[in-house]
Design a protein around this ligand. Structure first.
Ligand SMILES: [Zn+2]
Length: 174
């Protein structure tokens, strides 16, 4: 056990399971996968600590270490995509920040994989997954904008009817 160079917690791994700080340069696929696993644990820890604050989690992923091995890059991209929340009804400020950070991470891992292994069949698969997730995300955002717009129209109609009725009743009373 050593003390984490980021948060001071006891850690024995290649990355800290509490804050995600890398303790020594990961070398080789096994080391990189172990680091990714520690990052996942750190993200869970940070999610609990921050009570699911999307801004905090987004900042964590924005600064999180990215691997170099094609297998680990694929894993990192899939993990990031899996974390994106595409439901249109949960697009608060924090979720938007988190989704953006995860999309950037997925995209970063995808681009690195494309550079390192252009002929790897996973490049095509990941490109499609990144695009699909982005489309779902955009559709969700469009949906929530539309529901806000509908609400605005509903309110306008209500106010027109209300004041129209009021004006009519005043007119009829005269
Ligand atoms: Zn730490």
């Amino acid at each position: 056990m050593t003390k984490c160079n980021g948060c001071g917690a006891d850690t024995s791994g290649v990355a800290c399971e509490f804050c995600g700080a890398i303790q020594r340069p990961p070398s080789g696929l096994q080391d990189e996968l172990a680091a990714l696993e520690a990052l996942t644990k750190a993200a869970q820890h940070i999610t609990t600590e921050s009570e699911g604050d999307g801004e905090v989690i987004g900042n964590f992923w924005r600064q999180a270490w990215l691997p170099t091995h094609p297998d680990a890059l694929t894993q990192a991209a899939s993990m990031a995509l899996a974390g994106v929340q595409t439901g249109g009804d949960q697009q608060g400020h924090g979720e938007t920040r988190m989704n953006r950070a995860l999309m950037e991470r997925a995209n970063g891992a995808f681009r690195a994989l494309e550079l390192r292994a252009p002929t790897d069949s996973r490049v095509t698969v990941l490109r499609r997954q990144v695009e699909e997730t982005r489309m779902k995300l955009d559709a969700g955002i469009a949906e929530s904008n539309a529901s806000e717009r509908n609400w605005g129209i509903g309110l306008t109609v209500f106010l027109l009817l209300f004041f129209g009725g009021l004006a009519l009743s005043i007119y009829l009373e005269k």
